[in-house]
Design a protein around this ligand. Structure first.
Ligand code: AMP
Ligand code: MG
Length: 484
């Protein structure tokens, strides 16, 4: 099998032993490779060409572990809906790290590969629907230009998982910059041993923030860098109307990637308080709350780093608070500039905020479709349709046109900018659910077609037509379940 050139490293296993448990995936009875992301394999230089179809299936189901590969489950903790819990990979295993031809180090992880020491009461397995969901949304996010973990393959296990219903089981192969989370630091700091947290910090800096190696106060520099990183990520989410749904600290990756696609969804009608998750009763993770939650999560990271920021805890707290308080301003500037691009402004000024807010208020009042409204505006002509002919909209449109005339760039460039940030298509929840249902019943064609439609989301095309309209009232998916 080594003839395939498939060789993984595991620098993670060099961390102190508390951070992981080595174990192999639990074999499955009848693996069937349902989807393999050839393009992704190509891009990252993962060469499985030396393997037969059967060998690939065995590899990606965990039934075969190549020599020299030592899979491990990662330990972490986390605040789930605000409450601290000990966690860890309860149904995932890190197979190892793959080095791309350009020298990037990527984690290869199985999700749904069996029980681990961190499974708590769980069965360590995953259902096909949620794994297909992660596959399609993560690939859509990537195509939208948003940092995200990627999906390499989905294997049906041939086994049943028992949830509220009996469901077909599956294993997803996930590719990620790493699986270091805010919760990994929370886990480290629980040991009350500076050396443990320091080793994790060194590892994170080496892997994702090499520029910080030069800094005198590395822990503080790291905190500042994550403020930038997470503000960037949330700004992307807000741009496309993405709602993560479970922004627990264990689901915030320090690679800066979107991770763990559970009850996530894209907003149809614009409403800032939109929530999809069936378990988020209080709207903690609503669309509009995402930046505040990111800051809250970073405060948990900061707490874990305090002993490394300064020996005097009061000093450390003051320094950390200073960085954290910067989040609001950093995010606000990024948000404003992003919203500016959605309206065709190469550079945004403070005055533009009013124009942006007025549009959003109008969209909110009229429940207009978030994606389609911005794409309609990107077309140049006055958008057609009843809503757009109202007095309120006309008045706003005139002010926007005036503002566009002040741009240094010509109108065509403004429109091109808009089309590059306002997608023509997103994975709408009702379409996703529809294709997952077909997939669970054995028909993957609708899923494949949806994937195809989401490949180039900023280019118009006839093939997008079925995926562009918002759901009809009877098509609306009211709640999305974690499906764990
Ligand atoms: P998630 O909601 O997927 O981020 O998972 C939260 C925690 O629950 C993580 O520690 C998971 O590993 C664990 N978990 C989720 N589903 C299962 C399962 N079926 N068996 C064991 N652990 C699980
Ligand atoms: Mg998680």
């Amino acid at each position: 099998m080594t003839k395939s050139g498939f060789q993984l490293e595991s620098t993670y296993a060099e961390l102190p032993g508390v951070f992981f448990s080595k174990l192999s995936p639990s074999p499955v009875s009848q693996p069937e490779l349902l989807i393999f992301n050839e393009k992704l394999a190509d891009v990252i230089g993962l060469d499985l060409s030396g393997m037969s179809g059967e060998e690939r299936t065995k590899l990606l189901s965990g039934n075969f572990v190549p020599d020299g590969t030592a899979p491990l489950a990662q330990a972490y903790a986390g605040h789930q809906f605000g409450n601290f819990t000990m966690l860890g990979d309860g149904r995932a295993l890190l197979l190892g790290e793959h080095l791309t031809p350009s020298g990037q180090r990527l984690d290869l992880q199985f999700k749904g590969s069996g029980r681990t020491p961190y499974s708590r009461g769980g069965d360590g397995r995953a259902a096909l629907g949620p794994m297909l969901r992660e596959y399609v949304i993560s690939e859509a996010m990537h195509a939208l230009g948003i940092p995200t973990t990627r999906s390499l393959a989905v294997v049906a296990t041939g086994e049943t998982v028992h949830r509220e219903n009996e469901l077909p089981g599956a294993i997803l192969t996930r590719i990620a910059g790493s699986h270091l989370r805010v919760g990994t630091f929370e886990f480290a700091s629980m040991h009350e041993d500076k050396a443990i947290t320091q080793s994790l910090l060194d590892y994170l800096i080496e892997r994702h923030f090499p520029e910080i190696k030069e800094k005198e106060n590395q822990a503080l520099a790291l905190l500042e860098a994550t403020v930038e990183q997470q503000a960037d990520l949330i700004t992307h989410w807000m741009r496309v109307g993405f709602i993560h749904g479970v922004m627990n600290t264990d689901n915030m990756a320090l690679s800066g990637e979107t991770i763990d696609y559970g009850p996530c969804a894209f907003m149809d009608a614009f409403a800032p308080d939109t929530v999809f998750s069936s378990i988020d009763h209080k709207g903690r993770y609503a669309y509009v709350n995402q930046p505040y939650i990111a800051q809250w999560n970073l405060a948990r990271l900061a707490e874990s780093l305090l002993p490394l920021i300064h020996e005097e805890s009061q000093e450390a707290i003051a320094m950390a608070e200073d960085s954290l308080n910067g989040f609001e301003q950093v995010y606000k500037a990024k948000w404003l500039s992003m919203m500016g691009t959605k309206l065709g402004f190469a550079e945004v000024s403070e005055d533009d905020e009013k124009l942006i807010t007025e549009l959003l208020d109008w969209m909110d009042e009229n429940s207009t479709d978030f994606t389609n409204t911005f794409r309609d505006l990107s077309k140049g002509d006055h958008p057609a349709g009843e809503l757009y002919s109202t007095e309120n909209f006309q008045a706003w449109h005139t002010r926007w046109q005036e503002r566009l005339r002040d741009e240094v760039q010509d109108l065509e460039s403004s429109l091109a900018l808009m089309r590059s940030v306002n997608p023509a298509v997103i994975p709408r929840n009702h379409k996703v659910e529809e294709t997952l249902q077909a997939g669970e019943e054995g028909d993957l064609k609708p899923f494949q077609e949806l994937l195809k439609a989401l490949e180039k989301p900023y280019e118009d095309g006839e093939h997008l037509k079925p995926y562009q309209p918002p759901p009809k009232p009877e098509e609306k998916v009211l709640q999305t379940f974690c499906g764990t």
